[in-house]
Design a protein around this ligand. Structure first.
Ligand code: ADP
Ligand code: TYD
Length: 215
């Protein structure tokens, strides 16, 4: 059973394929909300707490076949549990807005779909160990080839998933759109192919709408 968090703050997640502009837009949204006087905590997954950042290095660096999908489900969920206990829950309980760059929907997609159908396993472990969904999920939808070009342009060491290539990016894009229909109440789909300012404006409107429906 998925319990919704009882808290004063707002839990917003960003999802989308690699290079879709999530990190850029998380920063923009946090700036916007802080300007309007709100208290904001920006975080990311995998990571967001000391222990989860250590797990991040394990899962994102090294050979693409370093871990099986099943082992990854356990690692990402372990990281998420630590993140939830130490950062997300306390921040929400203090009435803050938490903006998280990726959350459980990424596990549903990357581990649930990329190497066979493991979605049921992801959901079972999520229900057992996490049990929380964001109040609002911003899905930045984006052409997969364009997203991969943008992601590759960044030059980092965290390339395990980017190395799965264009086919995975396309499957993830389609999967995220399906997921947005499954969880239509909390998802808002934003066109990530626009200029940065236009994407930011669409996201601000979606967040303001979420605030107005909560009051
Ligand atoms: P993600 O976090 O989804 O992987 P990033 O925010 O890191 O994506 O963006 C990937 C790259 O694309 C960065 O170099 C960023 O500056 C650039 N970028 C982000 N949004 C846009 C946009 N709307 N148009 C063009 N380039 C963008
Ligand atoms: P991220 O740092 O958000 O990368 P990007 O900015 O390129 O989107 O995430 C790193 C990778 O981790 C990304 O390719 C997706 C993957 N990932 C999973 O496979 N499962 C998960 O549960 C999460 C949170 C991320």
């Amino acid at each position: 059973m998925t319990e919704q968090p009882s808290h004063e703050g707002l839990f917003i997640s960003f999802e989308g394929i690699d290079g879709s502009g999530k990190s850029t837009q998380v920063t923009r949204l946090a700036e916007y909300l802080r300007r309007s006087g709100r208290e904001v905590v920006v975080t990311r997954e995998p990571g967001g707490s000391d222990g989860a950042e250590e797990i991040r290095a394990l899962v994102l660096q090294g050979d693409p076949d370093r871990w099986s999908a099943e082992t990854e489900i356990l690692l990402f969920t372990a990281a998420r549990r630590d993140h939830l206990e130490r950062l997300i829950r306390p921040a929400l309980a203090a009435g803050k807005i938490v903006i998280c760059d990726r959350f459980a929907d990424s596990t549903r997609m990357y581990q649930g779909l990329s190497r066979g159908d493991l979605r049921g396993t992801v959901d079972k472990l999520h229900d057992l160990m996490i049990g929380v969904e964001p109040d609002l999920t911003i899905l930045i939808d984006m052409d997969p080839i364009e997203g991969l070009k943008r992601a590759k342009g960044r030059n980092g060491t965290e390339e395990r998933f980017e190395d799965f290539g264009a086919d995975l990016q396309s499957a993830m894009r389609a999967g995220f759109i399906e997921l947005s229909k499954e969880y239509s109440e909390r998802f808002r789909v934003i066109d990530g192919g626009q200029e940065i300012d236009a994407v930011a404006a669409d996201i601000q409107a979606a967040v303001e709408q979420a605030f107005s429906t909560r009051q």
